[in-house]
Design a protein around this ligand. Structure first.
Ligand SMILES: [Zn+2]
Length: 462
């Protein structure tokens, strides 16, 4: 019998950055790689409720590259739609998925109840739809997760699957599928070779096809050395000013990279040993997962782990749990570094720190992540002199610093390096804005590669 060519249908993550969800049909075996949520605006988020363009009941298994919401967020919907197979992932992704999905379900239901109350007052409650999943669906996802160690092949139908470290976040994997039609590789999200925490990911060998992310296929990041030097200078100057140092940060990966670097710089005496507060219960949970996986980090991080006990706990470290403890930080009478979410300052505890301190000239705001257009963080980085926080007019008199280079994503050179040994494999680009993916596809073609951008919502033969 002739071998059927593999067929791929992307139901998200194609021609866009979020919603990663790739259905692979190999004839006898049907797999789903990731099942993430669309994020960033109503039109896109409405797609989280749509039926899948494949039959979830016919899937043999799902493979999860990592537990960011844009890769795991629609798994409860997948299960509510009839999927009842295993979800394979690398160790760590199971624990992170639990934190991310419980948080997403909680926020979705709180938003729904708020919208419903408002709609009731307007007599339009029929217009408000409940979230596509609830806590029970989340429980079922957690029960379906099957962590498998890196580099240990396992079989699903007639496919041999191997997960390899991807260096993006704890538990991130690129996936090698050894199929009757040849080898097919999925990159998932790939890490930055200049990551503070993760070693450089291994590279795949010759393949039939590589489905590769291209988030930053049009740019190059700064070096680790330059990033650390910049971070050190900003923190040293900030500590000198005697005021509050505020670091808005994403709970997963960025917070741990920041904690590790502060610890490292304080131990080396490069910055003063002022107290460090982690004011985010979610980031504290993620940090606990990172501690359990410290053996997998770069040598420098592991050494600190061996000598100091814990890379993510600087000498004067406090994690605040309750809202009261968080508020009490407002009255603190000494210089301190406060790390709090959300990363783009669109919600969370960072807002009350900004409200209480940004009007003071000795406050230092250290921005360590991307700020999307429309976010409060973007307005501040762009130089707003006044902003509104919780209805109050707040003057921005503190100093704003931005640190580049802390990206958890591969840049163009990292992607080239990772793809270098895949021979004449066809490269299919996903997970990027269309113009960025087009630019990277052009770059690959100029290097003699057979590169394509996967179309959104249209099946293709790999
Ligand atoms: Zn990711």
């Amino acid at each position: 019998m002739a071998i059927q060519p593999p067929f791929l249908h992307s139901a998200g993550g194609a021609e866009t950055v979020t919603g990663s969800c790739h259905y692979v049909d190999l004839g006898d075996t049907r797999l789903l790689v990731d099942c993430g949520a669309f994020q960033g605006g109503r039109t896109l988020e409405a797609r989280n409720r749509e039926p899948f363009p494949f039959d979830p009941m016919q899937l043999d298994a799902m493979l999860l590259t990592h537990a960011h919401l844009d890769h795991v967020g629609r798994t409860p919907h997948l299960i509510a739609s009839g999927f009842d197979g295993p979800i394979y992932c690398a160790p760590g992704s199971d624990a992170i998925a639990e934190v991310i999905l419980r948080d997403a379900a909680k926020i979705a239901w709180e938003d729904y109840e708020r919208a419903l109350r408002r709609a009731r007052r307007a007599g339009r409650e029929a217009d408000v739809e409940p979230p596509p999943f609830d806590e029970r669906d989340v429980e079922q996802v957690l029960a379906a997760l099957r962590p498998v160690p890196y580099d240990e092949p396992f079989t699903v139908g007639n496919v041999t699957v191997t997960l390899h470290p991807a260096g993006h976040v704890v538990g991130s994997a690129w996936i090698d599928l050894d199929t009757p039609a040849g080898r097919i590789v999925f990159s998932g999200d790939l890490g930055n070779r200049e990551s503070l925490l993760h070693p450089t990911p291994d590279r795949p060998g010759p393949a039939r096809a590589v489905v590769c992310e291209g988030t930053y296929g049009n740019r190059t990041h700064r070096s680790r050395e330059a990033t650390i030097a910049e971070f050190r200078d900003v923190l040293a100057r900030a500590a000198e000013s005697g005021g509050r140092v505020l670091i808005p940060s994403f709970a997963l990966e960025r917070t741990q990279a920041v904690l590790y670097e502060i610890h490292h710089l304080q131990l080396d005496g490069e910055i003063p040993g002022i107290p460090v507060f982690l004011d985010s219960p979610m980031a504290s949970k993620m940090t606990a997962v990172y501690r359990q996986h410290a053996h997998a980090f770069r040598d420098e991080v592991r050494e600190l782990n061996g000598n100091g006990g814990d890379p993510f706990t600087p000498p004067h470290f406090h994690a605040t749990v309750s809202a009261d403890e968080s508020r009490a930080l407002n009255d603190l009478d000494e210089p301190a570094i406060i790390i709090a979410g959300s990363g783009m300052m669109t919600g969370g505890r960072i807002l009350h720190h900004l409200k209480h301190h940004m009007w003071k000239p000795d406050t230092q705001l250290v921005v360590v992540g991307y700020q999307a257009r429309g976010s409060l963080g973007r307005a501040i980085v762009d130089g707003a002199k006044h902003v509104r926080i919780y209805g109050d007019d707040i003057a921005i008199r503190g100093t704003v610093h931005t640190i580049g280079g802390l990206s958890a994503h591969a840049d163009r050179d990292d992607l080239d390096h990772w793809l270098a040994e895949t021979g004449d494999a066809r490269v299919y680009l996903v997970h990027g804005e269309v113009d960025v993916l087009d630019t990277y596809a052009q770059h690959l073609k100029q290097a003699g590669r057979n590169a394509h951008v996967i179309p959104d919502g249209r099946p293709i033969t790999l």
